[in-house]
Ligand binder design. Structure first.
Ligand SMILES: [Zn+2]
Length: 371
């Protein structure tokens, strides 16, 4: 997630705050200080409402973080990497590096979060009862107990990508044996849950509860997007499984001299031969890579005076991959580095190039064939 700052690290996992989190912290502490606590405890001082409100809101997000850590610890134990945990406007998310290898592992990782929230609910509720004599502490603890209970129940709704949806997918995967079909069903129920939230939100908005309604609709919209996105990811991963760079690479990149001027290159090779990428080499010695986007980054008036070696990406800066690289990793590599092509190299020898277009074309063709 862009726009996040890292504030710590647990078990080597970076903990991040997204910029939208500060807004929700403000909203929650404000509504606790101005509505919830004044309703429950009319005798407190105005200062107490704000202090308890802010502390409670922070402990609420602490609970969300521990929920995500619950998932993460089990993931790490099962050998699934966890890239980060981010708190944002709709709660928290643990960025799990890849899908679990087995249905059992998926089940364990998914259920760990809600179980953690249930345990937190029990701790806060007991704590709130024991410390009933200090209303500021027990009031906060009882609220946190309830909210953790709600968190556990909400997350167990059976729609992917909620935890309950992952549990559902693990069960369907285990008993149906097909990961893609299981994901299809779990994301379909995810869409249904999302639409229920949107419907409930609209109904609340029209029955006088505008803010809560808007909130429910927003959560529904977020869930719907997340369900679609997850399904697309899984489909792509499934189609690229077992495919290597060697199978998809193309050798259509033309080799050009480092001294050729850009206007000449465009006239002769780009417009003339329809080439979109070039290897810059002299006497079979590779020097760099040049793409259409690099050419476009130079002002057209300067094409006459600029040579390819001045705009090419030098070989030592080019991210290259081996021909046996997995195509799914390759797509992720392109996304992470925001690049559209990667040269394929073996023992310092250029084998070809893989473009994003080629990868997407492959996925499209397979999905058209239903294969
Ligand atoms: Zn969870």
């Amino acid at each position: 997630m862009d726009g996040s700052l890292t504030f710590g690290r647990i078990f080597g996992i970076p903990l991040k705050l997204h910029i939208s989190w500060f807004l929700i912290l403000l909203l929650i502490s404000g509504s606790l200080a101005m509505a919830y606590f004044p309703d429950q405890f009319p005798e407190w001082s105005p200062m107490s409402y704000w202090i308890v409100g802010l502390v409670t809101a922070i402990l609420f997000f602490g609970s969300v973080l521990i929920h995500e850590l619950g998932h993460s610890i089990i993931a790490l134990r099962d050998g699934v990497p966890v890239q980060s945990i981010t708190l944002f406007i709709f709660g928290g998310v643990a960025q799990i590096g890849r899908e679990p290898d087995t249905a059992e592992s998926e089940f364990r990782i998914a259920i760990a979060g809600p179980i953690t929230s249930l345990a937190l609910a029990a701790i806060f509720l007991i704590f709130g009862r024991v410390l009933g004599t200090i209303p500021e502490v027990s009031g906060s603890a009882l609220y946190l107990g309830q909210i953790n209970l709600i968190l556990a129940v909400f997350n167990m709704l059976p729609g992917f990508p909620l935890d309950g949806g992952r549990v559902l997918r693990a069960i369907l995967w285990k008993f149906g044996g097909n990961f893609r079909k299981a994901t299809h069903w779990a994301t379909s129920t995810g869409q249904a849950v999302a639409f229920l939230f949107i419907g409930l939100g609209v109904w609340l908005m029209f029955s006088g509860n505008f803010i809560n309604g808007l909130w429910f609709a927003f959560i529904g919209w977020f869930l719907s997007n997340a369900a679609q996105h997850s399904y697309r990811q899984v489909l792509m991963r499934d189609m690229l499984a077992g495919v290597t760079a060697r199978q998809l690479m193309v050798q259509q990149c033309q080799v050009v001299s480092p001294k050729i001027r850009l206007d000449e290159l465009v006239d002769r090779h780009v417009l003339g031969d329809g080439q979109r990428c070039f290897f810059v080499a002299e006497n079979e010695h590779m020097q760099g890579l040049l793409t259409l986007s690099k050419i476009k980054s130079v002002d057209r008036d300067n094409w006459r005076s600029v040579t390819t070696e001045e705009v090419m990406v030098p070989l030592d800066e080019v991210l290259s991959i081996s021909p046996d690289e997995d195509a799914w990793n390759l797509l992720r590599l392109m996304d992470e580095n925001d690049i559209n092509q990667v040269p394929v190299m073996e023992n310092d020898q250029l084998m070809g190039i893989i473009t994003r277009d080629r990868l997407l074309h492959y996925i499209r063709t397979r999905s058209e064939l239903g294969y």
